[in-house]
Design a protein around this ligand. Structure first.
Ligand code: XMP
Length: 319
């Protein structure tokens, strides 16, 4: 008879045995549920011998890094270092438009920054990761470049010369089970029901070149999407919902004047596992509210469109 608290106790005990009485563990935090649950479990197992590293790549959403890091420190007493690598990532991405190129740069820089930070900690023996059962299966079955549609770096993107052993406390769990663990650990809805957010962050939601100005526009628009989905109760009903900034300007009219500004696309989908997805049939009043708020409140946007494509043949993200 399997219970959640029994599972948690067993995992904690298991981690204690694996790590042993001395030596440190590093863990990369992203703000997502998987890495957060791993960090909290390990923190309960070995305390501050767990060193969590949050790489701020400059591609997170508005206030996300501050909110996530202060919450984790205050509520779970995590030993957490935020590395401000914003300039480094953004300068490497300057002028880059190709989606796979963006992913490669971000994946590579992440490893460099994480590696350098981990190297500052003495006697590190393990790297903790939030690998889930479906990740394990996917990384076994999708070998070879022909299977790669978009190069994710959730599994297998580790620095090779780090020689750390992996700890993957969630590798037998599905997502819904991780949510149950998170609830049992006392995490709030904002963590438990948080939509997936891609490793490359806003870089793959800004189509074309990433600039400070375009990041600011997308952050403001996305905040409105998140707030309105939450306020209307739709956040929990959809798989993922976000804004995308398009690389084109269109004509609009304001008062007596003509405007020539950016377009925001709304991508809001239903799915069970992200392998297939369909556009969410949101009430038109909600779409109207999101659209008018973005156009009125976000300087530089004069048009909002709704993405009505399913996956396949489209994908959830635009890049
Ligand atoms: P697509 O766009 O392939 O996305 O339909 C499926 C799911 O994966 C997320 N996604 C990523 N996650 N690194 C990640 O960690 C990535 O490069 C990446 N690309 C897409 C996407 O948000 C969706 O949940």
């Amino acid at each position: 008879d399997w219970t959640m608290s029994g599972f948690i106790d067993a995992v904690i005990k298991d981690c204690q045995e694996t790590v042993g009485p001395e030596g440190n563990v590093v863990c990369g935090l992203s703000g997502g549920i998987d890495s957060t649950v791993v960090a909290v479990l390990l923190n309960q197992a070995i305390g501050h011998r767990l060193h969590c590293i949050f790489v701020d790549n400059g591609l997170m959403r508005q206030n996300e890094v501050e909110e996530v890091s202060s919450y984790l420190r205050e509520h779970f007493d995590l030993n957490l270092t935020v590395v401000d690598a914003r300039d480094r990532f953004l300068s490497k991405l300057e002028g880059v438009e190709d989606p796979e190129e963006k992913r490669k740069i971000i994946g590579y820089e992440f490893i460099e920054v994480f590696d350098a930070e981990a190297a500052r900690i003495e006697n590190v023996k393990f790297l903790a990761q939030g690998t889930l059962y479906p990740d394990v299966i996917e990384s076994i079955s999708h070998k070879g470049p022909s299977a790669v549609i978009k190069s994710h770096h959730n599994v297998g993107g580790l620095p090779e010369d780090m020689e750390l052993e992996l700890i993957e406390p969630l590798r037998e769990l599905f997502k819904d089970e991780v949510r149950k663990v998170a609830i049992e650990l006392g995490m709030p809805d904002s963590v438990v029901w948080r939509h997936p957010f891609p490793g490359p962050g806003l870089a793959i939601r800004i189509i074309g070149e990433i600039t400070d100005e375009r990041l600011t526009i997308l952050r403001k628009a996305d905040k409105i999407v998140q707030n309105e989905l939450t306020a209307s109760g739709w956040y929990r009903k959809v798989w993922q919902g976000f804004a995308v900034l398009l690389p084109l300007k269109t004509v609009g009219v304001m008062g007596d004047g003509r405007t020539y500004e950016n377009v925001i696309a709304l991508r809001i989908v239903d799915s069970v596992d992200a392998m297939t997805a369909d556009w969410a049939r949101l009430p038109s009043e909600l779409l109207e509210k999101i659209s008018s708020r973005i156009i009125n409140e976000v300087v530089g946007v004069n048009r909002v469109v709704y993405d009505i494509s399913s996956k396949p043949p489209s994908t959830i993200e635009w890049e």
